[in-house]
Design a protein around this ligand. Structure first.
Ligand SMILES: [Zn+2]
Length: 213
């Protein structure tokens, strides 16, 4: 397992970023209404432990936040999340997040009530659980290998210490975005696999947020 720096500090880094978003709670508090924007704040014992910026649009909820993973520099992330609505049994409509995860080149697009941040992005429990399922170390290697392959296909250097290369000439913007997303997803997954080795050090609350169990 190379390329990770010191494990313990990696784990601590991640613990700060583990947050979840509940679509029903956002809905109740009016945050999904198109035009609304502000900050969503997490607190524990009355103290703020994290916040992200959001803005609501028709059928979309945009997140704006900063993360620092792999002990690197702070990075600004803008993550648009699609919203879906389903009719309720007793009238009215219930909102869902459409998970923006990309797993093995395929969009997740599950309708979920909660998204978790176990790395850079807010993704559904399934997307983050995948990394926890089994043989985490083999998975760690596999995920990093795939990320590195994509990094090199874009003309960049392998390894999370490097920036992902800019879009090669002639490549579609969409293709590029998709590859970037997958690189970051794979690296998130490697992170998760790595973390799960230390899961016995987590509090029950943190375990639930990371792994949903
Ligand atoms: Zn997902």
């Amino acid at each position: 397992m190379g390329g990770y720096g010191s494990g313990r500090s990696g784990y601590k880094q991640k613990a700060e970023h583990c947050r979840s978003l509940d679509v029903n709670r956002l809905h109740r508090e009016g945050c999904l209404r198109p035009g609304r924007q502000g900050n969503w704040i997490w607190s524990r014992d009355g103290e703020e432990v994290g916040r992200i910026g959001y803005s609501a649009h028709e059928g979309r909820f945009d997140l704006d936040y900063k993360v620092r993973v792999h002990g690197g520099d702070w990075e600004s992330i803008s993550q648009p999340i699609r919203l879906a609505y389903a009719d309720c049994h007793y009238g009215g409509q219930r909102p869902y997040f459409v998970c923006p995860g990309v797993v093995q080149g395929r969009n997740c697009w599950r309708r979920v009530g909660k998204l978790f941040s176990g790395g850079k992005f807010f993704l559904c429990r399934y997307c983050y659980n995948v990394g926890y399922a089994s043989q985490t170390e083999a998975r760690y290697d596999r995920m990093l290998r795939r990320a590195n392959k994509l990094r090199m296909a874009l003309g960049g250097e392998p390894g999370t210490a490097y920036w992902i290369a800019p879009k090669p000439k002639g490549m579609w913007q969409r293709t590029y975005q998709r590859m970037r997303f997958e690189i970051e997803w794979c690296e998130d997954q490697a992170n998760q696999a790595f973390l799960s080795r230390f899961s016995h050090l987590l509090s029950p609350e943190e375990r639930e947020m990371y792994f949903g169990d």
